[in-house]
Design a protein around this ligand. Structure first.
Ligand code: C5P
Length: 234
């Protein structure tokens, strides 16, 4: 498979066309952004860590019956994936309070939620990715009520699988973001799962081992990504 024309460049990834119909190549960059692109930087070898972590997690999910876009890891920074018709929603799953949920509710960071909270955000940079309710999603025609229900149940199942996986590696899965697409009429998990898109804390020390280290200038950013990579591959 050869990488051809650049189809799309996002904040952390590039997507290339290939000579295989329906298959694209994703390149994981070291660029890091936060606060809707206001804060910019680089995290050494983040792309390598995130490609390997995503590969491991997509394989884990596939083995447990979740359809993902993953096909194969081509090299340290490149994955071959199925081209999807992306649904412009960010599906956030939360097990503990952090980030915008802390701001929205005033609950203390780290509070364990009595049930997983699922939130849907409109993937729209111009609007700043606002939180939507089901009626908004319906009137904007972003997803039918049936698809929305399927998104929620799939996200819940993914949460159960990932919580168990990270738990076995002494990591708390605080929250994470998923993006889905359609292949024909089949719902398929796309994008990536990595410390860019998950909050992960060490179970013993509660040390943050994710992009919050970059967002909040906590230092030790590269080390945190490397630590997660080592535990995920263990
Ligand atoms: O900022 P907030 O608390 O809403 O983020 C919830 C989760 O979703 C975090 O794990 C964060 O890394 C992830 N997220 C993301 N991309 C976004 C927004 C949030 O990966 N655009």
């Amino acid at each position: 498979m050869t990488s051809q024309k650049l189809l799309y460049e996002g904040k952390a990834k590039k997507v290339f066309e290939t000579d295989v119909p329906g298959v694209v190549i994703v390149e994981f960059k070291d660029d890091a952004t936060a606060f809707n692109g206001e804060k910019k930087g680089q995290i050494a070898d983040k792309g390598v860590a995130n490609a390997a972590i995503s590969t491991k997690l997509f394989r884990l999910l596939e083995a447990q019956g979740i359809a993902t876009h993953f096909r194969e890891q081509l090299d340290a920074r490149h994955l071959a994936v199925d081209l999807l018709h992306m649904i412009p929603l960010e599906v956030v799953v939360r097990n503990r309070v952090a980030g915008s949920l802390e701001k929205r509710t005033g609950l203390k960071e780290g509070t364990i939620l009595p049930k997983a909270v699922i939130e849907l955000y409109f993937k729209n940079d111009q609007l700043g990715d606002p939180l939507l309710n089901d009626d908004h999603i319906e009137v904007l025609q972003l997803a039918t009520p049936e698809l929305l229900q399927q998104l929620r149940s799939t996200a819940t199942k993914i949460n159960q699988i990932l919580q168990q996986f990270f738990g076995q590696r002494q990591l708390i899965l605080v929250d994470f973001k998923l993006e889905f697409g359609l292949k024909g009429d089949k719902l398929v998990l796309g994008d990536e799962i990595s410390p860019d898109t998950c909050r992960l804390w060490d179970e013993q020390t509660l040390k943050k081992l994710d992009k919050d280290r970059f967002r909040r200038d906590l230092g030790g950013v590269e080390e945190a990504y490397h630590e997660v990579l080592e535990r995920v591959l263990s």
